[in-house]
Write a protein that binds this ligand. Structure first.
Ligand SMILES: C[S@@+](CC[C@H](N)C(=O)[O-])C[C@H]1O[C@@H](n2cnc3c(N)ncnc32)[C@H](O)[C@@H]1O
Length: 244
């Protein structure tokens, strides 16, 4: 997958893309990144990319001409990437959306700054994506979140193809608790079942702990989860214990 980033601050990406999974993904040829600095598409002497808002008000708005030119420079025709504008007013990024975006051969992630973008830019993107119901100061941090979440689904990026699907939200359940050595730390013991070597019992324990955790923390997810009769019985027992 090729990911183009349209930004005023390409230097913000270097340390993240040059480490860990994202670096390995590039080394394996599964990921490639390219950057379009919006300032390079400004045509005036001072390469201005923002201006005051019509109608007054605080802050600056990103001008349409250099931003649209930078977006178009990411490719056209068969090479046109899926254009994604990072925006707090967009659809919320979810596990499912990240997985769907990974199926595109190329993405262009468009990063806003200041008070945001001129409204006319929206007609030049395919979708708008928000990383949560809060505002960060620029689209670059949001783009890094999208890059990381999407890259996990691109074949060849994670060591084990299974991992991305197994995590919290993969099956609309939060992940079960994880432990590693030592078996006891300051009196807190690893559950015996995990030390038992009984893979069947471990699978049952993990499934139930995932159900318990989701029920306690994100009961809204259970409505969309695929549940077996055993799962339903376990959840019913949890509810009746609570109601006693
Ligand atoms: C300070 S914000 C502008 C917010 C804008 N005035 C508004 O209220 O919608 C500047 C840029 O940061 C990015 N941004 C901020 N919060 C975001 C979020 N929750 N998700 C995605 N991008 C975000 C967007 O690219 C946005 O154009």
């Amino acid at each position: 997958m090729r990911i183009h980033v349209v930004t005023l601050f390409p230097e913000l990406f270097a340390s993240v893309l040059e480490t860990t999974m994202l670096k390995k993904g590039q080394e394996r040829g599964a990921l490639a990144f390219s950057f379009r600095n919006i300032r390079d598409y400004a045509t005036d002497k001072h390469r201005v990319t923002d201006d005051t808002p019509y109608g007054g008000g605080q802050g600056m708005v990103m001008k349409p001409e250099p931003l649209i030119a930078a977006i178009e420079a990411t490719g056209s025709g068969a090479d046109r990437p899926r254009r994604v504008l990072l925006c707090p007013q967009g659809a919320l990024l979810t596990h499912a959306r990240a997985q769907a975006l990974a199926a595109y051969g190329a993405l262009a992630l468009i990063c806003g700054r200041y008070e945001g973008i001129d409204e006319r830019v929206r007609a030049h993107v395919d979708e708008e994506l928000s990383i949560g119901d809060y505002v960060v100061s620029g689209g670059e941090i949001a783009a890094l979140v999208v890059i990381d979440a999407v890259a996990r689904f691109v074949p060849g990026v994670l060591g084990c193809a299974q991992s991305a699907g197994d995590e919290s939200f993969g099956v609309q359940l939060l992940e079960y608790p994880q432990y590693t050595r030592p078996p006891e730390h300051r009196g807190a013991r690893v559950p015996d079942v995990l030390l038992s070597g009984d893979h069947q019992a471990i699978a049952v324990w993990r499934r139930r702990e995932a159900l318990r955790r989701t029920w306690e923390r994100r009961p809204d997810l259970l409505a969309q989860a695929e549940l077996s009769d055993d799962d339903r019985a376990f959840l019913a027992a949890l509810r009746s214990r609570r109601d006693r």
